[in-house]
Design a binder for this molecule. Structure first.
Ligand code: NAD
Length: 422
């Protein structure tokens, strides 16, 4: 097989190795195998933008399109100083699986800009976003590739992308991105969808292992952002107790329970969790090892490793983040056998599900009620969970392997049906 040095990145190699492991176990068609193990297209751009002090900085941006057999590419856009091509490619491949598991007519992509958005002013963030949009303009569009928020980006960033794209085309095109503000074609329920979906998956998993979700259920959440924050809110709403929460500055632990609203109020003024008074400080590493029933890593990839896999004390591991568990750690958890893992490509699929709803609403110019959206999200998450669980039972494999099998089967069948062009 051809060697691709550009994919020599630890995260990409892991995601690729995971695909290869499952593809072999399934006896996947060799021609499909060699096509799916690398992305279809990977774009690197240099993005110049002016700081408020007049200085120009050039940062690197990426858009990787892994597979579009089932429909337009779809995937988030990440702003983080450590973003690189390998990371974006890994996340793009995972998006292909995610869309396929839940049965969406979409492919997989991901984007990133190697920049820390935190110290930027609103104007600086806007300038770098608009220029990045221009650099990738010919590769995105409502029919071809539809970005969405991810780590470090939000509704406002999506609004600027939508506006820049629309200005170039001469008319409003809301369907070019999802995760937009409601007043420019965003969908009700989109912001909370990934976190809400994580909780729907936890409810389904708890039912399978006959675990009650009540006031005694202890939940630890790493990363209190769009995914982790919304998941914590919903877990509290269904009656569970949040015992630990963190962000990039560290975390807070309180076995009696942290209150979501109070944490959010603290975050609104202080921007970070550090210093929150109602609990004890805890590191991000220690948070993963606290006594809890449900552990939700919802920050970054590769935090559950061979060093701490044996020290996890949860019964359900719900992967809100993409790729939080390394392959080595995953094997150790499989061998332990006492933790029910809801793998990322299933657990956090709520984001792409409601992104899909937003895209459909934009294309039809017809908008749905929030109740309807949340109900449809619940249905799709439950169906996907049951489908993966049934595969796990039938093939006698773990949930991660079953999730990948479900996705690979769906994509490969479609590829074989479409055939190889020319
Ligand atoms: P976000 O930027 O809203 O929040 C990320 C959180 O993680 C913040 O609290 C941040 O402080 C914290 N964090 C950052 N670096 C950290 C570190 N080194 N250690 C501990 N905490 C750290 O991002 P998000 O959109 O919630 O994304 C989080 C994860 O969920 C990512 O893996 C992302 O790919 C995945 N995800 C996001 C969506 C979505 O729609 N936003 C959907 C599916 C999956």
């Amino acid at each position: 097989m051809q060697h691709h040095p550009e994919w020599d990145n630890p995260f990409f190699k892991e995601v690729q190795a995971n695909f290869e492991r499952v593809a072999h176990a399934m006896n996947l068609d060799e021609n499909i195998f060699i096509r799916l193990r690398v992305p279809e297209r990977a774009l690197t751009v240099s993005v110049p933008f002016r700081h408020d002090n007049g200085k120009v900085e050039v940062v690197t941006g990426y858009r990787v399109q892994h597979n579009d057999t089932l429909g337009p590419y779809k995937g988030g856009l990440r702003y983080n100083p450590h973003v690189n091509m390998g990371e974006v490619a890994a996340l793009a491949m995972m998006m292909t699986w995610k869309s396929a598991i839940v049965g969406l007519p979409l492919g997989g992509a991901k984007g990133g800009v190697a920049i820390d958005p935190n110290p930027l002013s609103r104007q600086e963030l806007q300038r770098v976003t608009r220029r990045f949009t221009i650099e990738i303009l010919n590769f995105i569009g409502p029919d071809s590739d539809v970005p969405a928020p991810d780590m470090g980006t939000n509704e406002q960033v999506m609004a600027w992308i939508m506006d820049t794209y629309s200005q170039q085309k001469g008319h409003a095109i809301p369907g070019v991105v999802t995760g937009k503000p409601i007043d420019i074609g965003g969908s009700l329920g989109r912001k909370e969808a990934p976190g809400r979906g994580v909780v729907y998956a936890i409810i389904a998993a708890a039912e399978k292992i006959k675990m009650k979700l009540d006031s005694k259920t202890r939940v630890a959440v790493q990363g209190f952002g769009q995914v982790g924050g919304a998941a914590a809110k919903k877990m509290e709403k269904i009656g569970c107790k949040i015992v630990a929460a963190s962000d990039h500055t560290g975390g807070i632990y309180n076995p009696k329970g942290l209150k979501y609203e109070s944490l959010m109020a603290y975050l609104a003024t202080n921007k970070v969790i550090k210093g929150y008074p109602e609990g004890d400080p805890i590191s991000n590493e220690a948070l993963l090892e606290v006594e809890c029933d449900v552990l939700i890593p919802a920050a970054i990839e590769r935090v559950i490793t061979k060093e701490n896999a044996k020290k996890l004390k949860c019964r359900i591991l719900a992967e809100g983040a993409n790729g939080p568990t390394t392959n080595e750690a995953d094997k150790m958890i499989r061998d332990r056998g006492d933790i029910f893992v809801i793998p990322d490509i299933l657990a956090n699929a709520g984001g792409v599900i409601v992104s899909y709803f937003e895209w459909v609403q934009d294309l039809q110019n017809l908008f749905w009620k929030e109740k309807e959206i949340n109900h449809k999200l619940w249905e799709m998450m439950s169906d996907a969970f049951e489908k993966v669980y049934a595969t796990a039972q039938k093939e006698k494999v773990d949930m991660r392997t079953a999730a990948l099998m479900t996705a690979i089967r769906k994509v490969s069948t479609a590829m074989l049906t479409r055939g190889l062009y020319p």
